[in-house]
Design a protein around this ligand. Structure first.
Ligand SMILES: Cc1cc2nc3c(=O)[nH]c(=O)nc-3n(C[C@H](O)[C@H](O)[C@H](O)COP(=O)(O)OP(=O)(O)OC[C@H]3O[C@@H](n4cnc5c(N)ncnc54)[C@H](O)[C@@H]3O)c2cc1C
Length: 423
């Protein structure tokens, strides 16, 4: 079959890998000038490694991704350093990266709340019944089973940070998926995620996949039994863009499918990366779960070079400050300098000695599609991978539910779509 794939993110590349192995003729159209999609990175002269535009890592439980990396023969390049993740309580930061540290965290006291937190956590790791959990909101479920204090201290800040004004509407299966499928060890690829994307794309090219970079697809149409991509006919087409873009690319889809795509809610993200002359966290902390209600202008502060060595970046210290935001939020239209002016006072809270002169350079990356919002009974709203147009398939972050979006699930859904296309 002659097959087109729109998007050289991990979903598109994973699908291409299996389809090409089965002998099909594959063309990937990618609007950017690089592979890797949302998990791509950038590199300055003098850096040995790239830095992800949006902070990324893998969990040890990311079996689809780690399995694919093994198939590609690249497993010796995956590393799992041991970074320190911290939580805020009464103006102090506490390690929160193991069950023991979670139990020692003073934010919950040492009585009944800690026991409820522990039991709820254990239950969510054991149960597989996410279908029951998607019927209620995370807020309702947590208040009922973990108690209001545990909810307010531990889960509400996460929900508010990730989902803004939608936080009360997110279903409990989302929290289940995070607790069920994630480990505390965090992994990355030597050279950065972009290095992996480049090596993956190179292997695909060597196998005969045609990857067209800088090729932005404008229109997809049903064309007498074939599917046409900007006028070129293919037996089958897989689109891996956001649901909104899919609806724009293919307005001929039936009304009900289009409506389903357009009704899906998602959050965008704005992430600033800074190169500093000095280390920000003197304690060597990697990931700060920032309490936005305390007035911080971002949700996460991540000191990347407390995770991987600064020697990979010419001795520069790399930090990220990022947030998930509703479309239309002012951060999307602010200039990089305006955003920096907003963030600088917050950096001083992590290290009172921080000065503007420490900054070598900043980069700001923005995306309108960063995090799907799963509402109650969300499984009913997931668009089918096989669209009502014969030969046209769609696989995006919004369809990996009940799992939370991630490169691991992009690989899983890409390979699933490839199987469906071959059936
Ligand atoms: C802030 C943030 C943090 C994250 N953290 C992590 C993490 O720690 N770990 C993790 O595993 N995942 C993380 N993710 C999620 C991860 O990046 C995604 O789940 C994954 O990259 C999605 O892959 P994809 O192939 O489905 O889509 P994408 O990566 O979005 O790929 C789609 C591709 O399609 C291309 N495209 C779109 N429209 C067109 C068109 N018209 N023509 C041609 N090409 C087009 C795009 O340029 C893009 O390259 C994070 C995401 C964000 C935003």
């Amino acid at each position: 079959m002659k097959i087109a794939i729109i998007g050289a993110g991990y979903g598109g590349m994973a699908a291409a890998y299996d389809l090409r192995k089965a002998g099909h003729d594959i063309t990937i159209f990618e609007s950017a000038n690089f592979a890797g999609g949302l998990a791509s990175g950038f590199k300055e002269p003098g850096w040995k490694w790239s830095v992800e535009k949006f902070y990324h890592h893998w969990f040890q439980s990311d079996s689809e991704m780690l399995g694919l990396i093994r198939e590609l023969g690249l497993e010796d390049k995956v590393i799992f350093p041991r970074p320190l993740t911290v939580m805020f309580h009464k103006q102090k930061w506490y390690p929160f990266d193991s069950i023991l540290n979670a139990l020692l965290f003073p934010g919950l006291g040492f009585g009944i709340n800690k026991i409820r937190f522990g039991f709820v956590g254990l239950f969510l790791r054991i149960t597989n019944n996410w279908r029951a959990l998607e019927k209620v909101t995370a807020e309702e479920w947590m208040i009922k089973y973990a108690g209001r204090q545990v909810y307010e201290q531990m889960w509400k800040p996460l929900l508010v940070g990730k989902f803004g004004s939608f936080y009360k509407d997110v279903n409990m299966a989302w929290l289940w998926a995070r607790m069920h499928a994630r480990t505390t060890r965090l992994g990355t690829f030597e050279g950065g995620f972009q290095n992996f994307a480049d090596l993956f794309a190179e292997q695909l090219r060597n196998q005969g996949v045609n990857i067209k970079l800088g090729a932005s697809v404008k229109s997809i149409k049903s064309d007498s039994g074939m599917v046409s991509v900007d006028g070129e006919s293919f037996d089958k087409v897989l689109v891996t863009s956001s649901p909104n873009l899919m609806a724009k690319l293919c307005p001929d889809l039936p009304e009900s499918y289009l409506k389903g795509l357009l009704e899906l809610k998602s959050m965008g993200a704005v992430v600033m990366t800074l190169s500093l002359k000095q280390q920000l966290s003197k304690e060597g902390y990697y990931w700060f779960n920032v309490p936005k209600e305390e007035g911080y202008p971002f949700l996460a502060l991540v000191e990347h070079t407390n995770y991987v060595s600064k020697d990979n970046f010419g001795g520069e210290h790399i930090i990220y400050a990022g947030d998930y935001l509703e479309l239309g939020h002012e951060y999307f239209s602010m200039s990089d300098e305006e955003l920096l002016a907003r963030f600088i006072p917050a950096f001083q809270k992590f290290n009172p000695e921080f000065k503007r002169e420490w900054i070598n350079k900043i980069w700001v990356h923005k995306t309108h599609y960063a995090q799907p919002v799963p509402l109650v009974n969300h499984s009913r709203n997931i668009p089918a991978i096989q669209t009502p147009i014969a030969g046209l398939y769609f696989a995006s972050m919004s369809q990996v539910y009940p799992w939370d979006r991630g490169t691991n699930f992009a690989v899983e859904i890409g390979r699933k779509a490839a199987r469906m296309m071959m059936d």
